[in-house]
Design a protein. Structure first.
Length: 525
């Protein structure tokens, strides 16, 4: 009995496994048939976006840093130890307010020493002046002695002459004559001695006068040294140079600052945080489209839901090259009455440079889509469009556009396909004649650079209708239709942005047509 039941269970399990295998085989066959039927399908699947009507703004975007209009670094002109600090971070200060104090003991001693040196020099001057007066008195006495000696010499001369005449007459003896001669010679010698003494006194006076002048110069030197010592003493007290807010404090009490080579920075003061600047790094390709006075908006990470407004005040002619990328500082001034924005914040700046109002807006993905050449030629022949095989120049000449057939073709090829910064620009050469080059980052195209492009409208019967347009500005999602050169295009129509080809799947969609991340792709049609 147990053996029969076991055999029956084994038979039931075998039948169940067989049934499952049959079901799997049937499903696999159905899947293969469906895949084969799909591969036999001839109609491509199109991806479309809707043509809209509205405003388009062409903008330059950049990243910058918020800064105060005037930032002053307060330093010390003398070396010393920080004795006191009167303000700290975020303190509001007024011009002339004491904000720090260095140790003054050394500088006070220098002032006292300079004061003593000045007094010593002044006393030396007074001593020299008194000495000169004495020397002048001695000089006067010496000059008087000269006069006295000269008078005695004249008297001796007269006595000698008189005695000489009497001696010749035999009235006086030779001894009297000789005595008169000796007296006269002595008087002459006394005169010479008196004159020499007078000259010596005069030389002494002149020397003393020179010493006095030197002493007076030393007095002036000591006065200057005293003033320098007083100035250095005054420099130990640090004052706020402007009204503002302390945004940085670089020292602490007890710290030694050395001002031998350059003034050490103690504080950084932002003068007025109610009016600030954004230094935006703008690419060299965008500088030509930005003008002083243009309005700008920016956002910061601290207030992600708020948009702040400013105005371009300056484009600085100071290029900065980082990894072969040249940028310029575009200065944007703005009001910060609530002082919500702080120095150093990162700002994400947007500067509008062009605007088209109530324009037909073409999805950028449609501008990048291209058909195979035989299919394109067939559609052009069906709708009796002018042959575009000659490039942009042929169509521009046929429609009265462009500047000559020679340059037109070169410009169309040079422009290339898809030059938007964010992966979806609408400016570039005609996709039907331009080579399939990889998309390059470039600045937004401006109204002055207009390109001729071909769009394909998906009609209700799933067929395509070509439209040749001239593009205008772009916002990297939509591009302005500046003019319709051939065909018709209305807001609300569906334009093709890509397609899925049989037996190629997604690769067919991404091959010739391509789907950009901002092309506004809709579902397959």
């Amino acid at each position: 009995m147990d053996t029969s039941l076991t055999e029956q269970k084994k038979s039931t399990r075998f039948l169940t496994s067989k049934r499952i295998l049959v079901v799997v085989v049937i499903l696999a066959g159905a899947t293969l048939l469906a895949a084969f039927a799909r591969s036999r399908k001839k109609d491509p699947v199109y991806f479309t976006s809707t043509v809209e009507q509205g405003d388009i703004r062409s903008e330059v975007t950049a990243t910058g840093t918020i800064n105060a209009v005037i930032t002053v670094q307060v330093g010390s002109q003398v070396s010393g130890i920080i004795d006191k600090l009167f303000v700290d971070f975020n303190s509001r200060v007024k011009k002339g307010q004491v904000i720090a104090q260095l140790d003054q003991s050394i500088f006070k001693a220098q002032v006292q020493q300079a004061q003593a040196d000045l007094e010593n020099a002044t006393a030396n001057v007074r001593a020299l002046e008194a000495n000169i007066e004495t020397m002048k008195a001695d000089l006067a006495s010496a000059e008087a002695n000269v006069e006295k000696a000269m008078a005695a010499e004249r008297q001796a001369k007269l006595d000698y002459d008189r005695n000489l005449d009497l001696f010749k007459q035999g009235i006086v003896a030779a001894q009297v004559r000789d005595q008169a001669q000796s007296t006269y010679d002595a008087a002459v010698a006394s005169t010479k001695a008196a004159r020499a003494a007078a000259e010596h006194s005069r030389a002494m006076v002149d020397t003393a006068v020179s010493q006095l002048a030197q002493a007076k110069a030393q007095v002036e030197q000591k006065k200057a040294a005293l003033e320098l010592a007083k100035v250095n003493l005054a420099y130990t007290t640090i004052y706020a140079p402007v009204d503002g807010t302390v945004v940085a404090r670089n020292v602490d009490v007890g710290q030694t600052v050395a001002a031998s080579l350059q003034a050490p920075t103690l504080y950084t003061i932002a003068q007025d945080l109610t009016k600030m600047l954004v230094y935006a790094k703008t690419d060299e390709s965008d500088v030509g489209n930005i003008h002083v006075g243009a309005e700008a908006t920016f956002k910061v990470d601290a207030y992600p839901r708020e948009t702040f407004h400013g105005r371009v005040s300056q484009i600085r002619m100071n290029p900065q090259t980082i990894q072969n990328v040249v940028t310029y500082d575009t200065v944007i001034e703005f009001d910060n009455p609530e002082q919500k924005l702080l120095p150093g914040m990162t700002a994400y700046v947007t500067i509008p440079v062009a605007e088209a109002r109530n324009a037909i807006k073409i999805p950028n993905g449609a501008l990048r889509f291209r058909l195979e050449e035989p299919e394109r030629q067939a559609l052009f022949a069906k709708y009796q469009f002018k042959d575009r095989s000659a490039g942009r120049a042929g169509l521009a000449a046929a429609d009265g556009e462009g500047g000559g057939s020679g340059n037109g073709g070169r410009e169309g090829r040079r422009a290339g396909a898809g030059r938007g910064k964010r992966g979806g620009g609408g400016g570039g050469g005609d996709p039907e004649v331009a080579s399939a080059e990889p998309e390059r980052k470039a600045p937004v195209r401006r109204p002055a650079v207009q390109d001729i492009r071909t769009l394909y409208v998906l009609q209700p019967d799933k067929t395509l209708r070509p439209v040749v347009v001239r593009t205008g500005i772009t916002d990297f999602t939509y591009t302005e239709c500046a003019a319709i050169l051939q065909g018709e295009l209305k807001p609300g129509e569906e334009v093709v942005t890509g397609k899925e080809l049989p037996n190629r799947g997604i690769s067919g969609m991404l091959g010739r047509g391509g789907i950009g991340p901002m092309g506004g792709m809709r579902g397959p049609r």
